[in-house]
Design a protein around this ligand. Structure first.
Ligand SMILES: Nc1ncnc2c1ncn2[C@@H]1O[C@H](COP(=O)(O)OP(=O)(O)O)[C@@H](O)[C@H]1O
Ligand SMILES: [Mg+2]
Length: 277
C-alpha cells in the first residue's frame, strides 16, 4: 500500500464487531486522488459497515484512518462532511416531495443579507448544475420538478450533482444501481464518469461486477469481512474477474485451496446469483 500522504484516504487494519459477530477483520482499504474504486462483495460482506466507519457513523474497534496523510482523531459524521466526504444512498438521499432546486441546496442554502433563502439564485444555480453537471436536457424536467417524479437514475444524478457542486473530494455510492433498469443504470455510470472528469474520487459499492467494471479504476473484493482481492482494472478482464468472484463465493478465497476463509463465516452467504447481473 502507498504512503498515506500519497492517497486521498487510507484505512488501515480496520476491525469491527457487532456483539459477537466479527463484521470486518483487519481491512486495509484506500482511495487515490481522482480514482474510482469499485468495492465489490456479496450481501453481508461488510461493505456498508466499512463505509459507515469511513463516514464517521461507526467507530472501528481497531484501526486507523488517514485523510490526505493526516491521521483522523475524534472522527465523526460532521467531521467527514467537513473534509468533503459525501455519501449517496439509494434511498433517503433526497426529499421526495420537494423540488430539484430545494434538494440541491437543502441544508446549505444560499441566503440573502438578513438570512432569507435566496430562491432566485438557488433556482438559477440549479438550472446551471442540471445542464453542466448532470447533462439534463429533457424538457420534461425543470428546476421546479418534484423529485418524486424522477426516475431512480435521475435521483442518483441529483444527489451526485449536489455532492459535486459542494466540492466533495470523495463521493461514496452505496449500491446505487440496485433495482434500476438497464438504461437507468447506464445514467448512474455516466454520473460516476462525471465525478472522475471533475477530478474527484469515488467509491462505488455494489454486488454486481457488471455495473462497476466499466467505471472503476480499481476493484476491491470484500468477502465476509476480509479483503480477498484487489485488482487494477487494467490488469484483469471482466471475464477473469467473474471467474475470481465465483472462486471467492465457493471457497472464501482467491486461491482454490480455500486458505484464509473465515472459520466463523456465517453459512448461506454464498449466493452466486447475487454477484451476477
Ligand atoms: N448496526 C449493526 N448491528 C449489528 N449487526 C450489524 C449492524 N450493521 C451491520 N451488521 C451486520 O454486519 C454484517 C455486514 O453488514 P453490511 O456491512 O451491511 O454488509 P453489506 O453492505 O456488504 O451487505 C451483516 O451480517 C449485518 O447483519
Ligand atoms: Mg450494504
Amino acid at each position: 500500500m502507498a504512503d498515506p500522504s500519497e492517497v486521498l484516504v487510507k484505512m488501515v487494519n480496520i476491525c469491527k464487531s457487532f456483539g459477537h459477530v466479527e463484521v470486518l477483520r483487519d481491512v486495509n482499504f484506500e482511495v487515490g486522488y481522482n480514482e474510482v474504486v469499485g468495492l465489490l462483495g456479496d450481501n453481508g460482506a461488510g461493505k456498508s459497515t466499512l463505509i459507515k466507519i469511513l463516514t464517521g457513523v461507526h467507530r472501528p474497534d481497531r484501526g486507523e484512518i488517514y485523510w490526505k496523510g493526516q491521521k483522523l482523531e475524534d472522527y465523526s459524521v460532521a467531521k467527514a462532511r467537513e473534509l468533503g466526504i459525501e455519501t449517496v444512498f439509494q434511498e433517503r438521499a433526497l426529499c421526495e416531495q420537494h423540488t430539484i432546486w430545494r434538494n440541491i441546496f437543502m441544508g446549505r442554502e444560499i441566503t440573502k443579507p438578513g438570512g432569507l433563502i435566496d430562491i432566485q439564485r438557488e433556482r438559477e444555480e440549479t438550472e446551471r448544475i442540471m445542464k453542466e453537471l448532470m447533462g439534463f436536457t429533457s424538457s420534461a424536467l425543470s428546476v421546479d420538478s418534484e423529485v418524486r417524479g424522477l426516475s431512480g437514475g435521475e435521483k442518483q444524478g441529483v444527489a451526485i450533482a449536489r455532492a459535486l457542486h459542494f466540492q466533495a473530494d470523495l463521493i461514496i455510492l452505496d449500491e446505487p444501481t440496485t433495482g434500476l433498469s438497464l438504461s437507468e443504470t447506464q445514467k448512474v455510470l455516466n454520473f460516476v464518469e462525471d465525478i472522475k472528469r471533475q477530478g474527484k474520487s469515488a467509491i462505488f459499492i455494489t454486488h454486481n461486477i457488471y455495473h462497476v467494471y466499466p467505471v472503476a479504476d480499481r476493484i476491491v473484493i470484500l468477502d465476509r469481512g476480509r479483503v480477498v482481492g484487489e485488482f487494477q482494472k487494467a490488469e484483469v478482464t471482466l471475464e477473469e474477474l467473474v471467474d475470481k468472484l465465483y472462486l471467492v463465493a465457493q471457497t472464501g478465497s482467491l486461491n482454490n485451496r480455500g486458505e484464509g476463509s473465515s472459520p466463523s463465516a456465517p453459512e448461506g452467504n454464498n449466493d452466486l446469483q447475487s454477484l451476477m447481473p
